[in-house]
Design a protein around this ligand. Structure first.
Ligand SMILES: CC(C)(COP(=O)(O)OP(=O)(O)OC[C@H]1O[C@@H](n2cnc3c(N)ncnc32)[C@H](O)[C@@H]1OP(=O)(O)O)[C@@H](O)C(=O)NCCC(=O)NCCS
Length: 136
């Protein structure tokens, strides 16, 4: 029985463990505790999935609750994948801000996941990475 909770008052070590055990940790700064703490603290829409006392999945977003929700990280422990937890985390994220579009950048391992569950590919998404210089 999986339970879902909303909120970012979570144990950082447990959250980092979910990132690592889902494999998303390979693409996130899990070794930088301060940065991970900031990512968790400043996110304003975090949904977690629990199996008993253990966090088994997380959806971490920044939302204005009126127009756009940026879903930055979605991770489900390998031991709990393919049971519908990822979809349910996104469904609850969307429901928390029903007027807002859910926007994300897919990790390579999940490029087939998002179209499968109902996302539409956006052909004009653009990114300015930290430290990249604007021209003009
Ligand atoms: C991507 C991820 C969050 C999906 O979570 P999940 O709980 O396993 O997914 P769900 O159970 O909700 O899957 C729903 C459907 O998509 C399918 N699916 C799951 N992962 C998939 C993938 N990577 N590619 C394609 N389809 C996938 C499932 O088989 C399921 O199909 P079904 O309904 O026909 O059975 C999880 O695999 C994960 O944590 N991956 C590693 C981290 C990552 O890449 N995160 C995305 C960052 S943008």
């Amino acid at each position: 029985m999986i339970e879902y909770r909303t909120g970012n008052d979570l144990d950082l070590d447990e959250v980092v463990e979910v990132y690592v055990e889902s494999t998303l940790g390979e693409r996130r700064p899990v070794a930088d505790r301060e940065r991970m703490a900031g990512m968790l603290r400043e996110a304003n829409l975090v949904v977690t999935a629990w199996d008993g006392q253990r966090i088994v999945g997380i959806s971490r977003s920044v939302s204005d609750f009126h127009y756009a929700t940026y879903l930055s990280d979605l991770a489900v422990r390998l031991s709990h994948q393919k049971r519908g937890i990822g979809v349910e985390l996104i469904r609850r994220t969307q429901r928390a801000a029903p007027l807002a579009a859910v926007i994300l950048l897919s990790a390579p391992a999940a490029v087939d996941y998002y179209p499968r569950i109902g996302f539409t590919r956006h052909e004009s998404a653009w990114i300015l990475r930290p430290g990249e210089e604007l021209r003009g």
